[in-house]
Design a protein around this ligand. Sequence first.
Ligand SMILES: Cc1cc2nc3c(=O)[nH]c(=O)nc-3n(C[C@H](O)[C@H](O)[C@H](O)COP(=O)(O)OP(=O)(O)OC[C@H]3O[C@@H](n4cnc5c(N)ncnc54)[C@H](O)[C@@H]3O)c2cc1C
Length: 417
Amino acid sequence: MDFTLSPEQRELQLHARKTAQEVLGGAQATGVGQGTPEQRFAATRPRYRELVRAGLLRKQVPPPLGGTMTGLLDLALVAEELWAVDADVPLSLFSTGLGLMPLLMFGSPDQQERLLPLFVGDDGEPLAAPAFSEPGGSANFRSPHPGTGIATVARREGDEWVISGEKQFIPHASGWDGEGADLFAVAARTDLEDPPQESLAVFLAPRPKSGLTVLGAMDTLGHRSALVSRIRFDEVRVPAGNILGAPGDGIRILETAFSATAGLVGAFCVGVMRAAFQTVLDFARTERRGGPVPVIEHQNVGTLLADMKARLEACRYLTWKACHYFDQTGGQGTELSLATKVFASETAVQVVYDAMRAVGAEAYTTARPLGGLLQDVLAYPLFDGGNVGVRRPQLQRLFARPGYDQLAAAEGRVPGE
Ligand SMILES: Cc1cc2nc3c(=O)[nH]c(=O)nc-3n(C[C@H](O)[C@H](O)[C@H](O)COP(=O)(O)OP(=O)(O)OC[C@H]3O[C@@H](n4cnc5c(N)ncnc54)[C@H](O)[C@@H]3O)c2cc1C
């Protein structure tokens, strides 16, 4: 076993590190983060464009489809470097990646040819939006009981699907200009009377010409410059060919796409923990706080730092293993991605809190970046499928499957193979 990155991976990591510093460094200081949610998001546009120009959107699309993706593990390397500097613009970029993922993984050649070109250039600021969550709840999207689950409907009319329903937490749904994201991947049911196992599907809706209403931005605690909105689809029409697979395939499509992102959330967390650790390290090595020695020489602070660093490192290598396992099994091996999502997100909250404890009361002011990091990191146990309502239940279902084998993930096998 060798944890050394390949020369290509090291090059990618250093490219992402340099890009993060050049493009995202000082994001807060230069006005990103001021004004309404829409204004804050709009202010990130030049930085988003620079990330696209640096090839980091194309990096999320596999080469046969015009991109340069070399696997989830490589994306995790990129994500960690970006998140160590800023969490907002990268979240918009990776949300676009998640919006594309169902199309990348389950799209037909025709769908990919029609809908991907906008996203594989090195120019512009294209936005794709995964539209899954709903005001009525999303944790029970698999529920077969009548009147439960996803309530957005896609009705077939001639050679079109007609989509109606409300969604929330939809990233950059209004686009840069208020007219809508360039592409929505919409979870909807073809018949609410039928269980999702027969009716749930994912529909590809390019920027709707009519029927999309942005009901309002959601003023989130953290990620203050990454816009998420409540939206309504009123009879949004898409061509009949814009359904991924068939009605009923939605559960598999969503769970596969969200398993990939679960591993990446581990990398987001490691990036934020890096920023928190560095803040405390700098503080502790330089500040005496009226005492005779730098704060780092006090054992209690050393203990906090040691624990923070060990947890950060543990999350990094779990993330790498989870992503490697996902890549190696063609997306079939998901247990470690789910475990990473749960473990890294909850660990990261604790690490940022420990960082605040080490710095003391000034950590509770905007003079130090830790309050902002805490606001950001609190999202990770809750989003991308909440740990309580979605991720642990997914693990529970894996454990309950006949043929589940607890050593399979460690050994790179898919249980049951
Ligand atoms: C910053 C941010 C970005 C986001 N980005 C997106 C995005 O790109 N696209 C998107 O579609 N959504 C997005 N979301 C929403 C996010 O993915 C949520 O995780 C998802 O909507 C599920 O919400 P929930 O976990 O609160 O579940 P809900 O269905 O609202 O359930 C709430 C709570 O009820 C309990 N509960 C309900 N049912 C069960 C059950 N069966 N078992 C156990 N407990 C249960 C749990 O405690 C659960 O946490 C984002 C959210 C945030 C904050």
